[in-house]
Design a protein around this ligand. Structure first.
Ligand code: BEZ
Length: 211
């Protein structure tokens, strides 16, 4: 089954470095970043886990829980965690699923057989507190992900969930946003008292409302 944006995030139970995870229960009322790694003891994956761990404060600030996945068994995860702490300047501070039976990888379509029959690609799923899938990214094994970009999209999703706005190309939090075209000028006058610049009738730029 292919997972698409807006779909319910499939539930599962799986072992992890923090014990058995009952996924929906573990999500609670948080946002979640679920991301997969091709395999343990590989250089790019090691840097990604370290980077995600160093960004914990940023994830916490946005009410985001992070959870990794690798298809190696738990004993291998325990040994790898030591390497991450030793080389990345941060110890793992989120669970890493031990998906040796590929239960979660198959459920989320993280194995792309034409890339590799056995190992997961670098998948990212952002899941909201209603347990809906809001972002899907897929990277090849040879390219490490940009976690600032993942945080940027979460900031956009959280902002656009609260206000009738969308965020333009290369937007960063604090920069101007776009009033959604479905809102008439009359409606926009009430919602955006600071006004807007209309570059075209459908392209109205306004300061970012408070998140
Ligand atoms: C890595 O994490 O370094 C990696 C994993 C699989 C293939 C290539 C690189």
């Amino acid at each position: 089954m292919t997972i698409r944006l807006g779909d319910p995030a499939p539930d599962f139970e799986q072992d992890s470095t923090e014990g058995c995870i009952h996924f929906h229960q573990w999500v609670g009322h948080s946002w979640v970043v679920l991301f997969s790694h091709p395999r343990n003891f590989t250089p790019v994956c090691t840097t990604e886990l370290g980077t995600a761990a160093r960004l914990k404060r940023e994830f916490d600030r946005r009410n985001v829980k992070v959870i990794g996945l690798s298809v190696d068994p738990l004993e291998a995860h325990e040994r790898w965690i030591g390497d991450i702490a030793e080389t990345q300047g941060a110890a793992l501070n989120f669970p890493l699923l031990a998906d040796a039976d590929r239960k979660v990888s198959n459920l989320y379509g993280m194995i792309h057989p034409n890339a590799s029959d056995t190992f997961t690609v670098r998948s990212v799923f952002v899941i909201d507190p209603n347990k809906k899938v809001r972002l899907i990214l897929t990277y090849p094994a040879s390219t490490g992900r940009n976690f600032e970009e993942i945080l940027r999209v979460i900031a956009s999703l959280q902002l656009t969930d609260q206000h009738s706005v969308a965020t333009p190309a290369d937007w960063w939090p604090g920069e101007d946003v776009i009033i959604v075209p479905s809102l008439s000028d009359e409606q926009a006058r009430h919602k955006f008292p600071k006004g807007w610049r209309a570059l075209k009738p459908y392209l109205r730029v306004t300061p970012q409302p408070q998140a």
